[in-house]
Design a protein around this ligand. Structure first.
Ligand code: DX5
Ligand code: ZN
Length: 219
């Protein structure tokens, strides 16, 4: 689609003031949050569980919860996050066998949850071809997953272009990692339309003015 969407990642937000930060962001026009789920195994970091997602949906029922699952235990975690109220769930191609990818994309669809597939920076784009008809969104990692605050990888623009040619215009292409005013523009020009931003929004000053700056650079 033509509409650009900013999805704040709450990974590096202050956990104890999260509700106020989310409120400020929704007041500034945010309609979707990106919630990073790290299991300490697929990536060397630990983050949130299903309770965070169900609390989020109770407090902010009309705001979308986008779950970025970084785990190779889909069997336990995908149903748990669906039950918790995920609006969109995206999981890693690298975390399972291709037949399992198909199975879990089907599972999400039949539970009315938008389905996304995530590719690490070193995974070849053409692997997406076989899942094209099953996904609402493709997430291209623009850093190696695990931590916020990393630098946008140089090869990202050409990967986004290649992916856009492969999936056509109806599947959303999201970027995650190192997004700021400059890199968001680079990603947009290459064909991305959904932008995750963590440290740029939560650690660089007032969140409303950071959102305004990012929106401006995408217009
Ligand atoms: C990294 C996570 C990202 C991260 C983004 O593994 O998937 O969502 O929080 O943080 P920034 O925007 O700081 O790179
Ligand atoms: Zn993420």
């Amino acid at each position: 689609g033509d509409k650009m969407l900013i999805a704040p990642s709450i990974l590096n937000a202050n956990n104890l003031t999260l509700k106020d930060e989310i409120k400020r962001a929704t007041n500034a026009g945010i309609t979707r949050f990106h919630i990073d789920i790290m299991d300490g195994h697929f990536v060397p970091n630990l983050s949130f569980g299903p309770q965070l997602v169900s609390d989020f949906k109770t407090e902010f029922p009309i705001t979308e919860a986008e779950i970025h699952l970084m785990s190779n235990n889909p069997k336990v975690l995908i149903p748990a996050f669906v039950k918790a109220g995920a609006d969109l769930l995206e999981f890693h191609y690298e975390a399972m066998q291709p037949n399992e990818v198909k199975y879990w994309l089907d599972y999400l669809k039949s539970n009315g949850v938008k389905a996304g597939l995530v590719l690490n920076p070193d995974t070849p784009i053409p692997v997406v071809e076989q899942f094209k008809n099953q996904i609402d969104q493709l997430l291209l990692m623009t850093v190696h997953p695990g931590f916020g605050g990393q630098k946008f990888l140089e090869n990202s623009a050409s990967r986004i272009k290649e992916a856009r040619e492969l999936v056509g215009k109806d599947i959303a292409i999201e970027v995650d990692g190192g997004i700021n005013q400059q890199t968001a523009r680079i990603a947009k020009d290459a064909g991305a339309n959904v932008f995750v931003a963590g440290s740029y929004l939560f650690e660089k000053g007032d969140i409303a003015s950071q959102i305004a700056k990012l929106t401006q650079s995408l217009s």
